[in-house]
Unconditional design. Structure first.
Length: 152
């Protein structure tokens, strides 16, 4: 039995019409929460998306335009991703940032169904870490989001 698929995407920008996925990675966890399978691909979203790529997104992601251009064309990458996810129909997809990742993965050509999504890893991590007193608190009393390495 497969419990979850943990997914993260890197993009050419924020949620704008021209932003596209440039990298996607997923890890399948079994019922003991051990890695059972994984998927990773660099995606070439096309020259239009690369012309409109936000420099800050590329800096944050640590992926160069040359690396993205050498990636798999977006349609093929989406087909490979769909085939990978189809191997685990009972597993829910959990992302580090569900709203952001869903915005990209529910659109063409990726078409990851909305009913496949589970809890957001960052929200769940923040709740657990906040209850344990392991997070810093903003001046307004709200907990800070955990760093990705803390959430992991």
């Amino acid at each position: 039995m497969y419990e979850a698929i943990i997914t993260d995407v890197e993009t050419t920008g924020n949620r704008t019409p021209n932003a596209r996925i440039s990298e996607i990675g997923s890890v399948v966890l079994d019922s003991r929460l051990q890695e059972a399978d994984h998927f990773h691909i660099l995606v070439n979203p096309g020259e239009e998306a690369l012309r409109n790529a936000a420099p800050e997104a590329l800096r944050k992601n640590g992926i160069s335009l040359e690396e993205i251009r050498a990636g798999v064309p977006i349609e093929e990458a989406a087909a490979r991703c769909q085939a990978f996810l189809a191997k685990y129909p009972e597993a829910k997809i959990h992302a580090f940032n569900n709203e952001f990742d869903k915005w990209f993965l529910e659109r063409d050509p990726w078409r990851v169904p909305a009913q496949s999504w589970g809890d957001c890893i960052m929200v769940t991590s923040m709740e657990i870490m906040n209850e344990a007193g392991a997070l810093e608190i903003f001046k307004n009393g709200e907990p800070k989001w955990p760093r990705l390495d803390e959430a992991a």
